[in-house]
Write a protein that binds this ligand. Sequence first.
Ligand code: G1P
Length: 271
Amino acid sequence: MIKQAIIPLAGLGTRLLPLTSVFPKELLPINGKPGIEYIIDECIEAGIKEIIFIISKKKIMIKNYFYNDKFYKNIIKKKNDPRIIFEYKKILKYRKMIKFVYQDKPLGTGDAILKTKKFIKDKFFLMLLPDDLIIKKNCSKSMIAVHKKYKCSVMASMSVDKKTVSRWGIYKINNKIDNDNFIIDGVIEKPNQKQAPSNKAVIGRYILPKIIFNKLSSLKPGIGGEIHVTDAIQSLIYNDEKFIGHNFIGKYLDCGSMHGYINSSLEIIKK
Ligand code: G1P
C-alpha cells in the first residue's frame, strides 16, 4: 500500500505575481478554499496516512496556517460559531498527518524530493505537485489501484497540444497495456517540438520508488539549471525500472498560471 505522500511547496510562484509576492500560492483561495486543501483531501481519500510538505523559510506561512491555535481558540471562546469550530477541527485533522521539511533554495523538484529521504519508509511513495489540481475523479486513488495491480511506479499522463510540449515533461511510449495505461519507455523534460517523442505530458501525480533517491543524489542540473525528477526517472527507466503512464479521467486544472488559476474556481463551481 502507498501510505506516504510528499508535496513540494518551496516554489516561488512567479507565474502568479503579484498575488504571490507576499502570499504562498498554495494558500490562495480556489472557490473559497486554499488550493492546498484540495490536494490534502485528494490524499486522504486515496488512503494516504502521512504527508510531507517541503517548504522554505520564505513560505513559513504555510506552516502557520496549520498552527494558528491561539487565534482560533480566542475566536471560538468569544463567538462559539459552529462554522469556525468545524474549520478549526478540520485544520487540526490535517495537521496530525503533516510533517514539514525545508528546501531553502528552489533548485527543482528533484532536489525537493531529496529533502524527504530520511522520512520515506516504504518501497514506493506518492508525490503531488500542488499547481496541478485534478477534479471530478481522484487521480491519486486511481493510480494507487494501478500500482497495486502492477507493483511498479505510476505517473499521470494527459494528451496536450503539440505546440505546447515545451511546457511539460513528455513521455516516450512503449506498449499500451489498456485504454488507460501504457508502459513508459522514456521521459524528457520540456523538449522542443522536434525532440518531443509524443504529445503525452507528465501531470503532477507520481508514484515513485524509494530507489529514486540513489539517482537524485548524483544528478546534475538539467534544463533551466534545475534538478528535475524527470531526469532521475529517465535514468531509472534506462536501468529497466518499470514505469506506467496512467491516462487519468478527472479534469485537469493548471493553478500555477494566472489564467488557469482564475479558471479553476469557475470550473469547480460548475461541478
Ligand atoms: C513540472 C514537471 C513537468 C510536468 C509539470 C506538470 O513542471 O517538471 O515534467 O509536466 O510539472 O505540471 P513545472 O510545472 O514545475 O514547470
